[in-house]
Design a protein around this ligand. Structure first.
Ligand SMILES: Cc1cc2nc3c(=O)[nH]c(=O)nc-3n(C[C@H](O)[C@H](O)[C@H](O)COP(=O)(O)OP(=O)(O)OC[C@H]3O[C@@H](n4cnc5c(N)ncnc54)[C@H](O)[C@@H]3O)c2cc1C
Length: 569
């Protein structure tokens, strides 16, 4: 591998109509919705099946039964969101859910079945009816397989292992993206009329997370840097049940099937926090309950409680929860048929994201976003389990349809201006030729520790202000940091450096929103403001990039049929 200190020449590739960034469920569903007459390409920084969607376990919500109705699903979603969801968007998603699930079934998804052949459904947190459709505890994989096969059959081109660095904006609309071909280090500018971001979450901001290493908030940071506002960033979901150590997820489906949470005193403590729904209360409530048990000394020594599945029986555990059965044995050496499983909360999902409307449209003409990187907002202050897979399919499709309409109406996009890629080319060349500067890894570690310690389940002004100061110091340190690998071929050191910059930008918006929101709502719990305050805070925060840090604006919450009420379970 040679280090010339220079970046290879920037190539301009074919011009596309629609360019999708992200090959998870949202990205593939978007690509499949693009008008086949238009040219479309999907970019992914990893081989597509390594997208996090494939790891989804427990289910996807839809009101399918005659006794259930989409309006009930919408109400549960809105109440679950602590009334911060835009109700028109939540209604749209829940009404479209039945179509989305049956479409997947007709396309070939092998859902688990009831004895009469209908799609099996299980209870999930905060739902008044068992409406999570599932394929054992491998629902994401089953859905993904279906979309992947369809994308192959449609001959949708996927550029895999292409890392998008930035969004190109010219003449106040999208002109394309700038990306690195990871295998060669080649920088390429890809012109497109419309771009759809489906880049997933940002769990790597936190030390304890169920998310994979690739969940670094790239799409959020890239859109934000291009002037597109992010929304509701202070709302970060902590999943109640992850295995201590690697924080591998134990699906909510386990509690949906009837597993109990027990503290070190063998007390089924959820009765004190959510007497009606117990273990299947929404995630924010269960996570706080577990943390409280641990903080008040009723947990086990290494900060965990027990999830007891034993009474569910060997057959159910091995067949309907086979993946977590394997995980518990592989990662903790515990057989859940015989022993309770240690669990603790861990970061799992971000409710916030690129601010979009119901069609996936953003403030920037030609830019759309869908899936976990977008905030429509259907999840508000707390997402209900099994609503994210639904969100990816419903709003992925919406974004694909809307981007196609945009292409037909908006004409050819502007060319990519040379000064855009020159800035990145210079920066990357500089990093490669100065290998040996202080490495970014300690910055990333400190960021993750700070977020977990001070911006987690429980928050207060003092810790948040300290986190903000730490993040600013990390930002300054990052400006002078570097990499050790000076090569061009598969330089993951360089990519992780870039991702760390993305994480720092995204984390700054989380902390800013958490400081400003002086109330407790959904997953955002302020010890110093423990009540919800609708008068002051029934609104979204919007975060716009500036050199000094996020500038915060506001947007109203759309209320259609459901007036905010106290949220008890
Ligand atoms: C362990 C686990 C279990 C879950 N279980 C459930 C469940 O049962 N039900 C449910 O509803 N939800 C579940 N969720 C949440 C849900 O799976 C995710 O929110 C959802 O799948 C996200 O899909 P996505 O398409 O938005 O992004 P992802 O599937 O995360 O895909 C992101 C894509 O973006 C690409 N990308 C990112 N950055 C770049 C870049 N810079 N350049 C190029 N490409 C890039 C990646 O390569 C990837 O292809 C679970 C989440 C986890 C972590």
């Amino acid at each position: 591998m040679t280090n010339t200190g220079k970046i290879p020449k920037v190539d301009q590739t074919t011009r596309y109509d629609v360019l999708v960034v992200g090959a998870g469920l949202a990205g593939l569903r978007a690509a499949l919705a693009v008008d086949p007459q238009l040219s479309c390409v999907v970019l992914s920084k990893v081989y597509p099946v390594r997208s996090h969607s494939v790891a989804a376990q427990g289910g996807i919500n839809a009101a399918l039964d005659a006794e259930d109705q989409w309006q009930h699903h919408a109400f549960d979603t809105i109440k679950g969101s602590d009334y911060l969801a835009d109700q028109d968007a939540a209604e749209f998603m829940c009404e479209d859910a039945q179509r989305a699930v049956y479409e997947m079934e007709h396309w070939g998804t092998l859902f688990s079945r009831r004895p009469d052949g209908r799609i099996a459904q299980r209870s999930f947190g905060g739902q008044g009816y068992p409406r999570a459709c599932y394929a054992a505890d491998k629902t994401g994989r089953a859905l993904y397989q279906t979309l992947f096969e369809r994308a192959v059959a449609r001959r949708i081109a996927v550029f895999e292992e292409f890392f998008v660095l930035s969004l190109v904006v010219a003449e106040r609309r999208v002109a394309g993206v700038l990306a690195i071909e990871i295998a060669s280090g080649r920088l390429i500018a890809i012109p497109a009329r419309a771009v759809i971001f489906a880049t997933g979450g940002a769990g790597m901001m936190y030390a304890r997370t169920t998310n994979p290493y690739i969940a670094t908030g790239d799409g959020l940071a890239i859109a934000y840097r291009a002037g597109v506002p992010l929304k509701d960033m202070e709302f970060v979901q902590f999943h109640p049940t992850t295995l201590p150590g690697m924080n591998v997820l134990i699906t909510e489906g386990a509690r949906g099937e009837g597993a109990y949470l027990l503290n070190a005193e063998h007390d089924r403590f959820m009765g004190r926090y959510a007497p009606k729904l117990m273990e299947v209360a929404p995630r924010d409530i269960v996570s706080r309950a577990i943390e409280t048990e641990i903080l008040e000394g009723r947990g086990f020594a290494d900060a965990y409680v027990h999830l007891d599945l034993r009474h569910l029986g060997d057959d159910l555990i091995r067949h309907r929860l086979s993946e977590i059965y394997d995980f518990a044995i592989t990662y903790r050496g515990i057989n859940p048929v015989r022993d309770p499983v240690p669990v603790q909360p861990g970061q799992h999902y971000i409710m916030g994201g690129i601010a979009t409307g119901i069609e996936g449209q953003t403030e920037l003409a030609g830019l759309y976003a869908a899936g976990e990187c977008a905030a429509v907002s259907v999840h508000g202050a707390n997402r209900l389990g099994a609503n994210s897979l639904l969100d990816t399919l419903v709003f992925g499709r919406q974004a694909g349809l809307a981007a196609s309409r945009f292409c037909r109406e908006a004409g050819q996009g502007p060319p990519i201006p040379e000064q855009h890629w020159q800035g990145w080319a210079d920066r990357l060349a500089d990093l490669r030729s100065h290998a040996g500067r202080d490495h970014y890894a300690p910055i990333r570690r400190q960021l993750r520790a700070t977020m977990t310690d001070s911006v987690g389940t429980f928050r207060d002004a003092k810790h948040l202000a300290a986190a903000r100061a730490t993040l600013r110091a990390l930002r300054d340190a990052y400006a002078h940091a570097g990499v050790t690998d000076s090569g061009t071929v598969f330089n993951y050191d360089l990519l992780a450096f870039v991702e760390t910059g993305f994480l720092l930008d995204v984390a700054a918006t989380v902390v800013e929103g958490a400081l400003l929101r002086e109330e407790s709502r959904g997953a955002h719990w302020r010890r110093d403001y423990p009540a919800r305050d609708d008068e002051k805070f029934l609104k979204h925060f919007l975060f716009t990039w500036s050199a000094e840090g996020p500038v915060v604006g506001e947007a109203p919450v759309v209320v259609t049929h459901y007036q905010p009420k106290p949220r008890t379970y």
